[in-house]
Ligand binder design. Structure first.
Ligand code: ASP
Length: 445
């Protein structure tokens, strides 16, 4: 019998998770049961993915760079990646602004709804902590991001998942230095990292065996902790505009893949789908990164020289879904609260949402923190910030899930484009989790 493909297994897990979650909300002890007994299983899965993210980035980037035959190739890959990331992000924000200005979702919100939402969420500790976090991020100088990128202690950087850019910096620095000492001297280290890289990719295969059960747990816990359904309905038009924008961006990616790399866009989406489904279930591009890397290298055929740089950098700085959302949310809040936006203010949104998406951490809810900075940049009254955030808070988690899918798909698209442009898009070489199992089993015979 033909084996069920991974993305179908994950999808089935997600559907069962949703149904189970809804079922449990109907039982008095259901929510507590899911939180105590089901959610930890999903959390363990996310922890396992995060566990291997840093070793994977380090090993694959060092290997990728030290495999280069000349350094100028790396400059080429780097420049193209950054330029394409910026262009696609500006495109995404522009689409968001066009949609929100044409469809005006904020005008349909009644005073009553605003009051109800404000009472429910404006003093919510999560809303307040996002405003406080934004305040901390904003108080830094203009070159702070450069400063933050350079580690002063390699082991400290390697020991903190939030310092991914520092790890990337260290790996590039080391990879380039390995190139410069010459092939012979660098060989042992290269072999070492090569081997780590293979082992970590095998870990991804093993972790992915549990993915269908993990997404079941993750979605069940999202459902039991979701907000008042009435509020979700009041915000349906706003959520619809964000989702419509995200769909347009996905179509845009598939067009790029079809026209530039000449690959079938449905094939592209199918190969990347396990990463997209995980992005949806975890709301975190960083947690999804190991799977994105595995899919892009093994299933789409992008060479490690490209993917090992484009994907980790993309997970931290390229967030088209998040930036589209920031544009839509900023204008929606202004419309709903009667704050007039000039054309200049909308241009400011393009610029700040671009910077904000670069600065957003690749974790759940990070986009909302940066939204505060976007709102402040257009002169939004500070005393109304909490009300503004409260307005969109109820639907933030489902939208976060959707925008993370776009963020991850965008990284994979750019990896394909850059690989094609430097002649590094080859044939996929798919492996199974147990492709060497014969060698290690039956050893007693
Ligand atoms: N959760 C998103 C990500 O990890 C970031 C955000 O939009 O909040 O890509």
């Amino acid at each position: 019998m033909k084996k069920l493909e991974l993305h179908w297994k994950i999808l089935i897990g997600m559907v069962f998770g949703l149904l189970f979650g809804f079922g449990m909300t109907q039982i008095s002890w259901g929510t507590g049961f899911v939180v105590d007994w089901i959610k930890p299983l999903g959390d363990i899965f996310i922890k396992l993915l995060k566990l291997i993210a840093i070793p994977l980035i380090l090993a694959s980037l060092i290997k990728g760079i030290s495999d280069l035959k000349d350094i100028s190739k790396f400059r080429n890959i780097g420049l193209r990646t950054i330029v394409i990331y910026i262009v696609t992000t500006i495109f995404a924000i522009t689409i968001g602004l066009l949609l929100v200005n044409t469809l005006q979702p904020g005008d349909g919100i009644s005073e009553e709804t605003i009051t109800k939402i404000t009472e429910t969420y404006a003093n919510d500790s999560e809303v307040q902590s996002k405003i406080a976090e934004a305040g901390r991020q904003k108080s830094s100088g203009p070159l702070q991001f450069l400063l933050d990128m350079v580690p002063d202690n390699a082991f400290k950087a390697l020991g903190n998942n939030k310092l991914m850019l520092q790890v990337i910096f260290f790996a590039i620095f080391m990879g380039i230095s390995m190139l410069l000492i010459g092939e012979k001297k660098a060989r042992p280290l290269k072999k070492f990292f090569d081997s780590i890289n293979e082992v970590v990719l095998k870990m991804v295969d093993l972790i992915m065996l549990t993915a269908p059960y993990a997404v079941f747990a993750l979605l069940a816990s999202v459902v039991v902790s979701s907000n008042d359904p009435d509020l979700l309905i009041a915000l349906l038009k706003y959520a619809g505009v964000v989702v419509l924008g995200l769909i347009i961006i996905i179509i845009f990616y598939t067009l790029i893949v079809a026209t530039y790399t000449k690959k079938n866009p449905f094939w592209f989406l199918k190969q990347i789908s396990p990463a997209q489904l995980l992005a949806f279930s975890t709301s975190s591009s960083a947690a999804t990164l190991p799977v994105t890397m595995e899919r892009v290298e093994k299933h789409l055929g992008v060479d490690k020289e490209v993917s090992s740089f484009v994907l980790p950098v993309g997970a931290t700085i390229n967030m088209d879904g998040t930036s589209l959302y920031q544009g839509v949310a900023a204008v929606f809040i202004s419309q709903a609260l009667g704050f007039d936006l000039t054309f200049g203010a909308q241009l400011t949104i393009v610029l700040t949402a671009l910077l904000a998406s670069i600065g957003s951490a690749a974790v759940p809810g990070a986009g909302m923190v940066m939204l505060v900075i976007v709102l402040e940049s257009i002169g939004f009254p500070p005393d109304k910030l909490a009300i503004g955030l409260a307005l969109i808070f109820a639907v933030d988690r489902p939208l976060d899930m959707c925008r993370t899918v776009v963020n991850v798909t965008g990284d994979a698209t750019v990896a394909m484009v850059v690989a094609k442009s430097v002649g590094k898009l080859g044939k996929p070489h798919v492996r199974e989790w147990d492709d060497h199992i014969d060698e290690v089993s039956n050893t007693n015979e």
